[in-house]
Design a binder for this molecule. Sequence first.
Ligand SMILES: [Zn+2]
Length: 90
Amino acid sequence: MTARARHTGTARELSETCYFCARGVLEERRVTVDFRWGEKLTIIHNVPATVCNECGERYYDASVVEQMEALAVSGPTQAEVRVPVATLPA
Ligand SMILES: [Zn+2]
């Protein structure tokens, strides 16, 4: 859950100005989300989000987060992709 700590904004917290950077303007968009649930990563397309045009911060409605969690936990999914894994040297 900690990885998503920045994405806990709700509609009640939104205004015309970005809650995160306080400079950008928020726009309604459909986005692709790399959604992590524990160790599992699910790529979810067509997610309705409110996006800052300055810093790119995304806000999701609580109901949208619930839908993404349900998809990540039990699907249905359409495809699987292999992704490279790397570690920066110490
Ligand atoms: Zn912003």
